[in-house]
Design a protein around this ligand. Sequence first.
Ligand code: IPM
Ligand code: MG
Length: 380
Amino acid sequence: MNQQEYIESAVASFRTLLEEQLSRVAAMEEAQGLSGKQKECIRIGIVEGDGIGPIIVSAAEEILQVLLKEELDEGKVSLEKIGGLTIENRLATGQTLPKDTLEAIKKCDVFLKGPTTTPKGGTVESANVALRRALDLYANVRPVAIPEKGIDWTFFRENTEGEYVLGSRGIEIPGKLAMDFKVTTKPGTERIARAAFEFAKKNGKKNVAIVTKANIMKKTDGNFSAICHEIAAEYPDITVEDWYIDIMTANLVNEKIAGHFEVFLLPNLYGDILTDEAAQLQGGVGTAGSANTGDRYAMFEAVHGSAPRMIEEGLGDYASPESILRATVMMLSHVGLQEKADRLAAALDALRARGDVVVDGTPENATCRDFTAALIGALA
Ligand code: IPM
Ligand code: MG
């Protein structure tokens, strides 16, 4: 193609992108006001993923069997094993989200998901990103607590737009330029802001920090911040602060100010980056859980990846299930089983404080199974 043809083709695809995004906005506007209703039986999907996924997810499943014994016996909760979300199957079928797997997930109210590998190149995309999009899981909620430093943070990361929604739909004129798109929509921002402020209100938090780079990304981040402030006006008892992402990454490691923050409200990519930093401060990305919630579905997962190298080196049994178990705590709380969530969180905290069963990925220390057995002991 010559330059003129590249421009024509880019303009045509930009039109399509705009039209698609506007229909997404319309769908969100229509969906507003939908709310979950109390279920007779809560269906919990168990999706193993690949790499270390099956190992850590089976630990979480074992814990759920113990913790929810009564509810399972009485038919108030069911655990549904869902297969197919492995890198092998996804590559073999050429589907980012195999159809049967997605159908099975949609029959559940919530699901626990092990990490999944994203192949380099090809057309199979990140299963995580695809699930968030397919199930409209717009709120990525990641708590981080470091009690000895007075830190109790909850991150509300917008999970369906920003740099991610058109991540693989950029424009390229080979050898000359490449352009990606970032999208902020009004209903997309309103719903994540409302989730953050509702959380703050229900949990007695007094401070919400909006984190953007609105001095540079004037349209997308500028609107994100402005829309968050409109929602904030409905919560006059909560203080709202605007911060830029660069100084916020510094603030998290600044002990003089870190403890001041409570709730963070951020667009997708900044949320991705800042939550890894926060998890590392807590003890590593392997220690933090992550909830991906929408109005209909919710997915709970570890913050870390599938660690294929651990499997190749025969170290899979030494994978820590802590992150997926922290996600399990969030899942129990989300479906209204708060007392069970508190019990599991207390047992995890007790085990961490005891420090005698450490799983760090090396054969010198405990295995995933040792940890699970010790946790069952701590639950009793
Ligand atoms: C996360 C991960 C994902 C993301 C990857 C696996 C696509 O880093 O959940 O934070 O970028 O959102
Ligand atoms: Mg990440």
